[in-house]
Design a protein around this ligand. Structure first.
Ligand SMILES: Cc1ncc(COP(=O)(O)O)c(C=O)c1O
Length: 393
């Protein structure tokens, strides 16, 4: 049986998979099993932030696993401690990290910290978490419930209690009460349509929450790891959240999730844990990713790449105003609103045929999450392919 047949027979059908099998990649260029090349404007949904087959990440991983891959969190783990230092120092916040394996798991950790912080003398006092409509926080039972999209709550109940949905940032204030423990937001909603929040509204929310001792959790699973031009979108917005979650791009393709918080005393030994979280393999990868992206940031290379990509995207937008209604996003998390869902689906299908990978977000957004190390040549090639894809719409 070939891969497609094996998949059909043995893998649960939870994904609507495209019929392509990638066999190799180099930076932002992918090759499929038939030898066809594609420019990757998706980086595996914001994961392969330093490109496919990055030599520094590969060498960090292989050196590490030739010594030790896993022991357990009952012992000191050198790359975990170093990864935590690199993450905290890049953030500029006075925080500590807990390592898990995914974005959903990081958000579970954030919710646990907020709920424990909300207890008074061992009694449940503040437990409600306010999230936004159109948000996305993960696929576990709790993070599905934290996700403010009604369609995500169709099955799987009963869900944990205590999640409240606000229409937008301005609406949050009216929902706060004595039982509110935290507000959890994405600064740029990714799955919800590459929708950035208003900076002033977020800064005002931060002040309001601080005045009421309600925690601000920022889900940076998609925005984190220099995706918006700074290490964290929280830095772009000039805020200091109490809890931040990370995953995707900080592992360069190796599964990792991080919850970081300034509330260092809330969780004690035994309150939270993960067998695999932060093991030698994943944190060796994260150390290399953090070094590569810090250097790209400090040299100005990251900014140059972001500007070049956005200039090309802007050109595509202005040359095709009959298809696109708005350019959205921040940094390398950007998108074009497409006039309708059918047109968007045709663009994505044509793009694949023309050798460029792009994503959909929400109902009508063409989404771009390229590797942050993408070269100008790869950007040019990708937009050339995308223009061909669009010309036949
Ligand atoms: C903002 C945000 N939070 C959480 C998640 C869930 O992450 P994971 O799929 O690693 O569990 C995602 C995934 O797309 C996300 O974009």
């Amino acid at each position: 049986m070939n891969t497609k047949e094996l998949d059909k027979k043995y893998v649960l059908p939870t994904y609507a998979r495209a019929d392509i099998e990638f066999v190799s990649g180099k930076n932002a260029t992918l090759t499929d099993s038939e030898g066809k090349k594609y420019i990757d404007f998706t980086s595996g949904i914001g994961v392969v932030s330093v490109g496919h087959a990055n030599e520094r990440v590969n060498s960090s991983i292989t050196q590490q696993i030739s010594n030790i891959t896993h022991i357990s969190n009952l012992y000191n783990i050198a790359p975990q401690a170093k990864a935590a230092q690199k993450i905290v120092e890049a953030s500029g916040y006075d925080m500590q990290c807990f390592f898990g394996n995914s974005g959903a798991e990081a958000n579970e950790g954030a919710i646990k910290i907020a709920r424990k912080y909300g207890e008074k003398d061992g009694e449940i006092k503040r437990y409600k978490i306010i999230t936004l409509q159109h948000s996305f926080h993960g696929r576990t039972i709790t993070t599905v419930k934290a996700t403010g999209q009604e369609s995500m709550h169709n099955y799987f109940g009963p869900f944990p209690d205590g999640f409240v949905y606000a229409d937008d940032i301005a609406h949050i204030e009216t929902l706060l009460d004595d039982h509110t423990a935290a507000v959890m937001i994405e600064l740029v909603q990714g799955e919800g349509g590459v929708q950035p929040q208003d900076k002033e509204a977020v800064q005002n929310l931060e002040k309001l929450l601080k005045s009421k001792d309600i925690l601000l959790i920022v889900d940076e699973v998609q925005t984190g790891g220099y995706r918006t031009g700074e290490f964290l979108a929280s830095q772009v917005y000039g805020i200091s959240p109490d809890i931040i979650t990370l995953a995707k791009g900080i592992g360069g393709g190796v599964p990792i999730g991080v919850v970081m918080t300034s509330l260092k005393g809330v969780l004690g030994a035994g309150d939270h844990g993960s067998t695999f979280g932060g093991n030698y393999l994943s944190t060796a990868a994260t150390c290399a990713v953090m070094d590569i992206l810090k250097e790209a940031k400090e040299s100005g290379e990251l900014e140059e790449t972001i500007n070049y990509f956005n200039t090309e995207l802007e050109k595509l937008f202005s040359e095709n105003r009959d298809l696109f209604t708005q350019k959205v996003g921040i940094g390398m998390m950007c998108g074009l609103r497409v006039k309708d869902a059918d047109t968007l689906n045709s663009i994505i299908a044509n793009a694949k045929d023309n050798g460029v990978m792009v994503l959909k977000a929400g109902r009508n957004t063409l989404r771009f999450l390229p590797p942050l190390t993408i070269t100008k040549e790869e950007i040019d090639e990708g937009f050339k392919n995308l223009k061909s894809a669009i010309s036949s719409i």
